[in-house]
Design a protein around this ligand. Structure first.
Ligand code: KG4
Ligand code: ZN
Length: 340
């Protein structure tokens, strides 16, 4: 029997990146992301501006994804889109566009859960990247999410721990804001942390039961620390910036690793996959690698372009659902608080 070629177009618009990707049988042909620099001036994502920028970008981004893939829209087998979770105004743009396109082309529509997609990004066919075997643990860490998930199969997942307040990316970004760094501050803290002493300053780790996280207390602790030090030395931040960044990052890594250790103990699972923008952090990647030798973990870190918000991860979920003929009705609606 001839193998059928399945072309999926995927659209992601849950936060501040407008993204489209074309996939053929689990392999990425194109992966286009238009970021929105407009939010930098505000030090965070402004939902109203995000939806407007999505509306502006969506057609050009989809057009570019098709052209880069050298695929005509009439070749597509299905359109996949992010249904949630995310900002409602942003989700509505991608959802409405995907519905109209699928309707116009007379092909199936596939709804995708953004959090499942961050995890299933590990199943994109990519040379040099191994797929984790079931069951495994996934830790999704980004500006909007912090979760530990037990993954039994592609679509059988259980959240076993999550943040009760800020996401880990917010801990990086809000701390950076206090230090006068631009938005998002995560990459800059990462860069400076390499030049500083991680044990220069000590920040207490929050005490949260079980596998849940809390990051809002850390931000407050850093604020008080800085206020106190500046009273004694107005140039404290400039003089110690690299050490402060290294110490903040060290604390955050400690919090994440403590919970991962607990999760492996609680589940007996030692295969760990990470995803989300914060998984780009070099300190976190190193700490995970160290866990392989120290605790017998096997760790999986996706290709960088599949860690931050992107449509390739939506495409792989679309493909897996297509194989199961799991399609959405045209009456499907975006859901800002969609759960795994
Ligand atoms: O996945 P993502 O692009 O969007 C969300 O869904 O939030 O993640 C963005 C977050 C931001 O908070 C950013 O500061 C953080 O990822 N980030 C990093 C690094 N690169 C991006 N945080 C720490 N170290 C990095 N190298
Ligand atoms: Zn995300």
């Amino acid at each position: 029997m001839a193998i059928q070629n399945i072309y999926i177009l995927a659209i992601e618009s849950s936060c501040d990146d407008t993204a489209a990707s074309v996939m053929l049988n689990g392999k990425i042909l194109s992966n286009v992301v238009a970021g929105q620099s407009i939010h930098e001036a505000y030090g965070g994502v402004v939902p109203e501006l995000a939806s407007r920028a999505h509306q502006q970008n969506i057609v050009p981004v989809v057009d570019q994804a098709l052209k880069k893939a050298n695929v005509d829209k009439n070749q597509l087998n299905a359109v996949a889109f992010t249904r949630g979770p995310g900002l409602m105004g942003s989700l509505l743009v991608g959802t409405s566009f995907a519905k109209s396109l699928a309707y116009g082309l007379g092909i199936p529509l596939i709804d995708v859960n953004h959090m499942q997609a961050h995890i299933l990004a590990h199943f994109i066919d990519e040379e040099g990247f191994e797929k984790p075997p079931f069951p495994f643990l996934a830790m999704t860490i980004s500006g909007g999410h912090t979760q530990i998930v037990r993954v039994n199969s592609h679509f059988d997942m259980e959240v076993i721990g999550e943040t009760i307040d800020d996401a880990v990316g917010e801990a990086f970004d809000k701390s950076g804001k206090l230090l006068g760094l631009g938005y998002p501050a995560g990459p800059e803290i990462d860069r400076r942390a390499k030049l500083g002493n991680p044990k220069a300053f000590k920040f207490t780790k929050p005490k949260v039961d079980g596998l849940n996280f809390s990051f809002s207390g850390l931000k407050t602790a850093i604020l008080y620390f800085i206020q106190k030090e500046i009273k004694a030395n107005p140039n404290f931040i400039e003089e110690h910036l690299n050490d402060i960044c290294a110490s903040i990052q060290y604390t955050i890594i400690g919090i994440l690793m403590d919970k991962l250790k607990l999760a492996t103990k609680a589940t007996g699972l030692t295969h760990i996959a990470i995803g989300g923008g914060v998984s780009a952090n070099t300190g976190i990647r190193q700490a995970l690698k160290n866990g392989e030798a120290k605790f017998g973990w096997t760790t999986y870190v996706p290709k960088f372009e599949f860690t931050t918000d992107n449509a390739a991860m939506i495409a792989i979920v679309g493909y897996l659902k297509y194989l199961e003929q799991d399609f959405a009705e045209q009456s499907v609606t975006a859901s800002s608080r969609l759960k795994i």
